[in-house]
Design a protein around this ligand. Structure first.
Ligand code: IMP
Length: 187
């Protein structure tokens, strides 16, 4: 069966350039607050997390959390923890690393959880921000790119576990819809 390749939205070069800028911001902010506990949200954040943390120079510890969302009808999904972190959160400076913030339900739950567990600080670094799709307010401290409300795949993001391995971010357009506006780095 032929594979429809997603239309490129953010190239490999653009991703790597922006990730270097994010790493420099993180270095600057956490210079005096080490060690930093970086928690990746599985599985989509993995490619981003690796490239980002190879460029960060402050000492980090890494861990992972996996969530799932249960939707019933139009009710926003209830977020559940499928795999919890192994490292204790209390007293740590935590940086959550996420592929994309969409409605915000996942991240608002995870941020609340880490604060409840006594983190010294909790910040969020997200590669992509679908800001127009937000249903709950979430402050993205380090934001790679703001994008339109389109379904994107590649560079860790999937559609039913497909396309994660693509080195770029592409828009999945099953019915050949008109392309949306290009993305811009967020401020
Ligand atoms: P939220 O709770 O609605 O913010 O959803 C966040 C999660 O939904 C992300 O971690 C992704 O797993 C998934 N997601 C949202 N939009 C996309 C997309 O365009 N492509 C792939 N996954 C997405």
């Amino acid at each position: 069966m032929d594979r429809v390749l997603p239309r490129p939205l953010i190239s490999e070069d653009e991703l790597q350039h922006r990730i270097s800028e994010l790493a420099a911001e993180i270095d600057r902010d956490y210079r005096d607050q080490e060690p930093l506990l970086c928690i990746g949200i599985l599985k989509g954040s993995v490619f981003f997390m690796v490239d980002l943390l190879k460029r960060v120079t402050v000492p980090v510890k890494i861990d992972f959390l996996q969530t799932s969302s249960y939707r019933s009808g139009t009710t926003p999904g209830e977020i559940r923890i499928r795999k919890d972190v192994d490292i204790a959160i209390r007293g740590k400076h935590v940086l959550i690393i996420e592929d994309i913030v969409d409605t915000g339900h996942t991240l608002s739950t995870v941020l609340g959880l880490f604060r409840f567990r006594g983190a010294k600080s909790v910040k969020l670094c997200a590669l992509l921000d679908k800001h127009k799709a937000r249903e709950v307010a979430v402050n993205v401290d380090y934001s790679g790119f703001k994008i339109d409300n389109v379904f994107v795949v590649g560079y860790g993001l999937d559609l039913d576990e497909r396309y994660r391995e693509l080195p770029y971010i592409g828009v999945y357009e099953p019915d050949g819809d008109e392309p949306s506006e290009p993305s811009e780095p967020s401020e």
